[in-house]
Design a protein around this ligand. Structure first.
Ligand code: ASP
Length: 418
């Protein structure tokens, strides 16, 4: 479904320009005015994120159930599922390998002295004690609790089970329930549309707060580490994904990026793939032209499972820690990092700083333990916000490229290439 009116509006009425203007205003307010500005506009960001989070669980649930039901049972579901997982895995590995090469070449942690930067405390997000647990915990013992607590992997699992079972019901029941889930999904998207109109105000609040509170922190030795990650994300966003779009998707990357610009700006402002999901879905369907069937299968799962930016970050982060500690990682240890970075990115929730906290899973896997590791992660936290913003953009972009590429291969007409 295209929105023909959208590009004929004057530029200042277009949402992505309004969001961009709000970002600039937020940077100015946060850096020049500081705390009083946070008091004045910070609440708008908080309310905006709460509104987005309000729709996430019902949106993910109804969109996956109706997505699976629309794909139908048997071979077409299998084919779409395989394509989706293949895409997730290939792009996440490509991102990790980019990070691995860069961190070994640049060596940001060799001889680094992190000094007082390591005093920050790491936020408390529960990390699974081992990687197998990520998969075990995907199965909710109580789906209502999983929904209530917003436990995304468990919600996705239950939604997939419901969707698949639905396709096996007799036709009358199948149709009735399928239409019900589709209608509920449309209802959530309608609410989302209203929330998104508030985006410029929300972004103003969010950016003002993050600029005023994190400021330009004690970069020093962490600067090279941050630049390594930025370079890796840059290669992934500007080279790897465009190459995939051009060769596998036969699409113009510039057009795709422009079509997704609202979602990318939102990812940058909220640092949360989950909070951005409503916008990602809307851009992919209304501007890129991906069908609801494909978008509602690929994107909600992608927001939790497919995190290329986070995967790259886990790999660079852990090797950085090992370099700071002077702890050499041989080939097999680096291979362990690659695999656990992938699993950690799958297990990480689509919320701010989730990637930083999951780093402990990867450090443990190669035997990096003890209080020094916590101190270095504390230092990394000091400059995590801007990195989190960029890896969230990468995560959301990769999901959207996946939806577009898979849509093309599913033979969908209506992909917007102009
Ligand atoms: N904030 C990221 C996201 O929501 C996850 C991370 O911390 O890497 O995609």
């Amino acid at each position: 479904m295209q929105n023909p009116g959208i590009d004929t509006q004057p530029f200042y009425l277009r949402l992505h320009w309004q969001i961009a203007a709000a970002m600039v205003a937020g940077i100015l307010l946060g850096s020049l005015v500081g705390d009083p500005a946070v008091t004045a506009v910070g609440w708008m960001g908080t309310i905006f994120v709460r509104l987005l989070r309000m729709v996430i669980v019902p949106l993910i649930f109804t969109s996956i159930v109706s997505g699976v039901a629309a794909v139908g049972s048997g071979s077409s579901l299998g084919r779409l599922g395989l394509r989706t997982f293949f895409y997730y895995i290939v792009t996440s590995f490509a991102a990790i390998l980019t990070g691995l090469v860069l961190v070994n070449l640049i060596g940001p942690g060799r001889g680094a002295d992190l000094g007082p930067a390591s005093m920050a405390t790491v936020p408390e997000i529960e990390t699974p004690s081992n990687l197998a647990e990520i998969f075990v915990r995907m199965i909710p013992t109580n789906p209502v609790r999983a929904l209530a607590e917003g436990d995304m992997l468990a919600v996705i699992f239950f939604a997939l089970v419901v969707g698949v079972a639905l396709t096996r019901l007799p036709t009358t029941r199948f149709d009735r329930l399928r239409f019900l889930f589709e209608d509920l999904f449309e209802l959530m998207m309608k609410i989302t549309g209203g929330i998104i109109r508030l985006a410029p105000l929300g972004v103003l609040g969010l950016i003002t707060r993050s600029v005023a509170t994190s400021g330009v922190q004690s970069f020093g030795p962490l600067g090279v580490y941050a630049l390594t990650i930025v370079a890796g994300l840059g290669i992934h966003v500007l080279v790897t994904l465009p190459l995939l779009l051009t060769t596998v998707g036969r699409m113009n990357p510039l057009v795709h990026y422009r079509n997704m610009s609202e979602a990318l700006l939102m990812a940058f402002s909220t640092s949360s793939s989950s909070a951005t999901l409503p916008v990602t879905l809307r851009c992919a369907e209304e501007r890129v032209g991906v069908s609801n069937r494909t978008a509602s299968f690929v994107l909600p799962m992608g927001a939790t499972v497919n995190m290329d930016g986070t995967a790259l970050y886990e790999c660079v982060g852990v090797i950085f820690i090992s370099q700071v500690l002077g702890f050499g990682l041989d080939f097999s240890a680096q291979l362990t990092v690659v695999i656990t970075a992938l699993l950690a990115s799958i297990g990480a929730a689509g919320i701010p700083s989730a990637g930083l906290v999951m780093i402990f899973v990867v450090t443990e896997s190669v035997g990096l333990k003890g209080p020094e590791v916590g101190l270095i992660v504390g230092a990394m936290l000091a400059i995590d916000r801007p990195l989190d913003m960029l890896r969230t953009v990468t995560n959301v972009l990769s999901d959207s490229c996946g939806a577009a590429i898979i849509a093309v291969h599913e033979g969908e007409a209506g992909i917007n290439e102009s």
